[in-house]
Design a protein around this ligand. Sequence first.
Ligand code: NOJ
Length: 468
Amino acid sequence: MTFPSWFMFGAATAAYQIEGAWDVSDKSESIWDRLLHTQPSLVVDHSNGDEACYSYDFWARDVEMAHELGLQMYRFSISWPRLLPTGFPNKISMNGKSYYSKLIDGLLKKGIQPVVTMYHWDLPQSLQDLGGWTNPLIATWFADYARVLYTLFGDRVKYWITINEPLTICDGGYNKMAAPYLNDMKISNYLCSKHVLLAHAKAFRAYEEFRKGYRGKISMANIFFWFEPLDPQKDKEATQLAMQLWEGRFGHPIYSKTGGWPPELERYIAGLSVSEGYNQSRLPPFTPEEIQLIRGSYDFYGLNHFTTRLVRKATPKTAGDWPFYGSKELGVSFVNHPKRRTIVIDWFQIYPEGLRKQLHWIKDNYEVKDIMITENGLPMLRLDFADYDRVDYIREYLKQVLLAINDGVHVMGYIVWSLMDSFEWITGYKVKYGLYEVNFESDYRLRNARESAKYYRKVIKSRSLNVL
Ligand code: NOJ
């Protein structure tokens, strides 16, 4: 039960969820700023990320916490509108640049590798006004932004994540779950899917000019719920298709041998589109050049894993549309396992073995050699420090990571979501993921270690799960 010497431990956050300072200096508005300033009631507690954890001011405390834990990696994201207020490289914010520079240097001084997400959902509103992720030009805009990042920080950042959870961006964003909070799960979500992949690939290819000098690694972070059939026979096909819609849509074009959309999914949506009276598939095709551009655009697989769901075949009419966006498209429903524990959110079931199965699935289905777990963590409602459920969750999920490593799956590292409590999107500040509790009443947003932080620290120090 000990971790190999090369295995790295980390914790994560994201800009909009922690930084605050939404309008300081020349930062421009992001789509989350616009959404929650105009429709505050979308969030359960009517809160937003205007102030959040004040990490814009208290970043040094964040570095100190990462150091206290003994992390080898700290994953955070850069706010595109903070660095490039127009969305384009014609204007680089000096304050934005110096903020991220200080954070990166602060981490490196403590021997912690920054793992930098380029896009964690806070698109400049000015680009949304031009169509956002449904405009094909966004792929070039994103690559231009990425080039700025490599130029400013590439000498110090060795791990880059281009885009966090394309599924949430495209299906959440066009199914009224996330900014830009639009409602079109027929066309926009698939245009977005294609453009997110092209944006990722162009940013990856742009790194080639820098790679020789900097030798960093780049990938995307894909959300991937592990799915199992409710009835092993009757629901098997529906489960496989669900895997392709949720994971394969973004995984197959990048990591498979052949590239392009997963063939079963492509056939399915094309057939559905014809039956609905469209002349073409709603899932826009790739050109052969695009397939080649995207295929192989990775140095590792970035996996955000939280839970496992059971899939049941339904009809588009009877399929529920939440918690998993797009289930009506396939005519599938998700149900809870009667024996697994459900916690805080009605679809969040604890099933650590699901992570090991998923790691195997990636190894078996793709050409991938290295996998990084870019997020894994437990939501809780507790305000206090006794988060023993989170201690158990981390221990049990890490155990499955070790078992997978022993099976021969190369997992490079594991990143807990999250370093601290933060703005949890439409569930506001109610749902807490932090190893550190944040006191949102205090002007200093004081952060204090929970039991899970103490436990994680011991695991990291001993590189073993056998700690008390
Ligand atoms: C995924 C997202 O990347 C992150 O922003 C979010 O807070 C966690 N999951 C928990 O929902």
